[in-house]
Design a protein around this ligand. Structure first.
Ligand SMILES: Nc1ncnc2c1ncn2[C@@H]1O[C@H](COP(=O)(O)OP(=O)(O)OP(=O)(O)O)[C@@H](O)[C@H]1O
Length: 196
């Protein structure tokens, strides 16, 4: 039987350019946001992890940044208060920028997007295009939560994993899930889905 940690290891089996522990924290938060939504409705959001100087250079604030002016030690992704705050701020348009040290530097960023060299599956919109583009132009990895609840990770301009949140959380909700999730890799994309 898989555990969340084993699933995560499968997703990150290839060496990514960002800190694995920070990435795990971000993916877990993304899955929680996808599952829980906010105030009774589904929400989508975007996390960009690592190479934060380059990411900040190639993005703009969409509103006055709610995270600005707070000390870095108060903005760590592992802090439960920060995670709760991010769930609230995820309702805003734009992306969160997370440093390789796990500090959430900025919220509601509009990412410069260049789509011409990207090869993405059809059906993904501008949030996913921005996620792929920033991972192509910088050393960051991005994690997008779709309003349709799917969580997708992009590295080097490519979709590298697709997670169904209900299945990721099976450890905590195992009594409600008949099919144990497995991670399978198809054409370079690791898909966390039900076992056949
Ligand atoms: N360049 C960008 N940088 C940051 N955020 C963006 C960018 N483009 C779009 N978004 C965010 O994505 C949101 C949804 O846009 P859109 O519906 O086109 O994307 P999508 O990929 O279809 O996402 P979803 O699957 O959640 O609908 C926007 O409201 C905005 O918050």
């Amino acid at each position: 039987m898989y555990t969340e940690t084993q699933l995560f290891k499968e997703i990150c089996s290839e060496k990514r350019r960002v800190d694995t522990r920070v990435l795990e924290q971000v993916i877990t938060l993304a899955v929680e946001i996808a599952r829980e939504g906010r105030e009774g409705r589904k929400i989508g959001t975007l996390f960009v992890v690592g190479d934060s100087e380059a990411v900040l250079r190639s993005s703009r604030p969409m509103i006055l940044d709610p995270l600005q002016g707070h000390a870095d030690e108060k903005k760590h992704i592992e802090d439960p208060n920060v995670r709760e705050t991010l769930k609230e701020l995820a309702q805003l348009d734009g992306a969160f920028v997370v440093s390789d040290e796990g500090v959430v530097l900025s919220a509601a960023r509009y990412l410069d997007t260049v789509s011409d060299s990207l090869e993405l599956p059809l059906g993904l919109g501008s949030r996913h295009m921005a996620a792929a583009s920033v991972s192509h132009r910088t050393g960051a990895v991005s994690v997008a939560v779709s309003e349709s609840s799917m969580v997708r990770m992009f590295d080097d301009g490519k979709l590298i994993s697709e997670i169904t949140p209900e299945l990721w959380m099976f450890d905590r909700y195992s009594s409600q899930i008949r099919n144990r999730p497995v991670a399978q890799t198809e054409e370079g994309v690791t898909i966390v889905g039900p076992a056949e």
